[in-house]
Write a new protein. Structure first.
Lengths: 403, 90
């Protein structure tokens, strides 16, 4: 177990990036922009490297994850303090609901057609909840294993993906229309890199871990873009909702489909476990500083709250409506804004011009994602609602502190 | 008091599980029966899956038309009366 501990920050950072949604987005970006998509990864990777260095420096100064809240409080007052924490909670609720259901479909269609897909989604959620209710900190070691399985699986599929496999599929006549929306989408691929900040172990090498996680993910993304383009025609890639399964099946036949099925399930576990862990630790540290009610510092409360919300949304059929994607898109936009907020606060204290630049680019990317992804008005309303809840929480807590 | 909260939250989590596992009591049709209908008259297959139910699935019937089940009145009259409609949801 001790051997695994230094890798926990990187495994948490890579959690969301290993989710099946990231592979779908990567395939769609590759379909719309072709080989140019590899170049489009670079600015996003640079911005997230700056943010990774910023979180590592925050840790070096205070060795306390509540330092993020304190930094924002000192720079902008009490109102926006809850934005980073609540953005993680929103993502934990909406992303987990979506990808757990997706994993259920993959389990049902790839492995056991007789097993109900929703039943499997609930089993995954129950399993993750049990990991977090267990007294030992087994979740951190398990997170490393989840991420390792996905990374190794992606690398394994790259062998036939880059060098073997069948002839490329025939492409249909399709004139690519340049879509500015896909220029900013790579910024969503690295979301969650800040979750490594909440690792309880391996903090001495946090800086190296976070930067290597950003870089490693970038290399994996670039190589998988090559796999996508080599195996799936761009028109199909651009519009497919399962480009990863199509590419894996074409590159390595039924074995590729089975490996990709496992990657989807383990990627889902990695993303949900990373979000549960980060939200729980974030809440506990904020409660320790008096920024949240004390009962939220109990290890079972946040995972139980998140699991109940996700279970309720799954049972209520939320995943079977297009609204889930709008909520999720709104959460991603707010996550970019929240990173920019922390970046600006950091700049005010440390005068790091790179952090200021990363904050500006991150905000611009968030605005571009909002304006170009469709359903702009609805997503703006949902983002406004989520932002409003965060600001209202700040106002209520400020009033309570005064009283 | 705290224990009561834990029990309530845990119950809220596990309550939907049986509902999700149980199959609804709707009439279903086998693929053989649909094939027989297709041989004898006009049949239109409608894929009524929405959101992740559709996007995450690898199994999609090529000739199926996608319709929104929540907006039934918008499409119910767009098909000829003599066409048998087969709604496909999983």
């Amino acid at each position: 177990m001790k051997l695994i501990q230094p890798f926990v920050p990187a495994a948490l950072s890579l959690g969301i990036a290993m989710s099946p949604d990231t592979l779908v987005m990567l395939g769609n970006i590759a379909g719309h922009t072709g080989y140019l998509s590899i170049g489009l990864l670079l600015p996003a990777m640079a911005v997230f490297m700056v943010f990774a260095a910023m979180f590592a420096r925050l840790e070096a100064h205070t060795a306390d994850t509540a330092s993020e809240s304190r930094l924002i409080h000192d720079s902008f007052g009490a109102l926006p303090v809850y934005l980073p924490f609540l953005v993680r909670v929103y993502a934990a609720l909406f992303l987990s609901t979506g990808i757990l259901v997706s994993a259920g479909f993959v389990f049902n269609e790839v492995f056991f057609p007789w097993f109900p897909n929703f039943g499997f989604a609930f089993l995954l959620l129950a399993g993750l909840l049990l990991i977090h209710l267990a007294p030992a900190s087994s979740w951190s070691g398990i997170q490393v294993i989840f991420v390792l399985v996905v990374v190794l699986g992606m690398m394994l599929l790259m062998v036939p993906g880059l060098w073997g496999g069948e002839q490329p599929m025939p492409a249909s006549p399709w004139k690519r229309v340049p879509d500015p929306g896909f220029v900013c989408l790579p910024f969503l691929l690295w979301i969650g890199m800040d979750l490594g900040f909440f690792a309880p172990s391996g903090r001495k090498t946090l800086s190296r871990s976070l930067i290597l996680a950003v870089l490693g993910a970038g290399i994996l993304f670039a190589l998988w873009i090559l796999v996508f383009i080599r195996h799936v025609p761009l028109d199909r890639l651009a519009h497919s909702t399962i480009p990863h399964l199509i590419a894996a099946r074409h590159a390595a036949g039924d074995s590729g489909r089975i490996i990709m099925g496992l990657l989807v399930i383990f990627g889902t576990l990695a993303a949900v476990n990373a979000l549960f862990s980060a939200c729980r630790i974030n809440a506990a540290h904020m409660a320790g500083r008096g920024l949240l009610p004390q009962f939220l510092s109990k290890r079972a409360v946040v995972p139980l709250f998140l699991s109940s919300g996700i279970a309720g949304m799954m049972a209520g059929g939320m995943a079977g409506t297009p609204m889930l994607e709008s909520w999720l898109r709104a959460a991603w936009i707010l996550w970019l804004v929240s990173l920019a907020l922390t970046g600006l606060a950091f700049y005010r204290h440390h005068r790091q011009p790179f952090t200021l630049a990363a904050a500006i680019v991150s905000t611009a990317a968030g605005v571009m994602v909002l304006l170009t992804g469709g359903n702009t008005v609805l997503i703006l309303k949902l983002s406004g609602l989520m932002l409003g809840i965060a600001l209202l929480t700040g106002a209520i807590m400020k009033r309570q502190h005064r009283a | 008091m705290k224990k009561i909260w834990f029990v309530i939250l845990a119950a809220a989590f596990f309550l939907p599980l049986p509902a999700a596992m149980a199959a609804d009591t709707v009439s279903v049709v086998t693929k053989e029966a649909v094939k027989e209908w297709m041989d004898t008259g006009p049949v239109t297959i409608l894929d009524v899956r929405q959101g992740r139910d559709w996007t995450a699935s690898e199994v999609k019937i090529l000739t199926a038309q996608r319709v929104d089940p929540g907006n039934f009145s918008a499409w119910k009259d767009t098909y000829p009366k003599d066409t048998r409609l087969v709604l496909y949801c999983a």
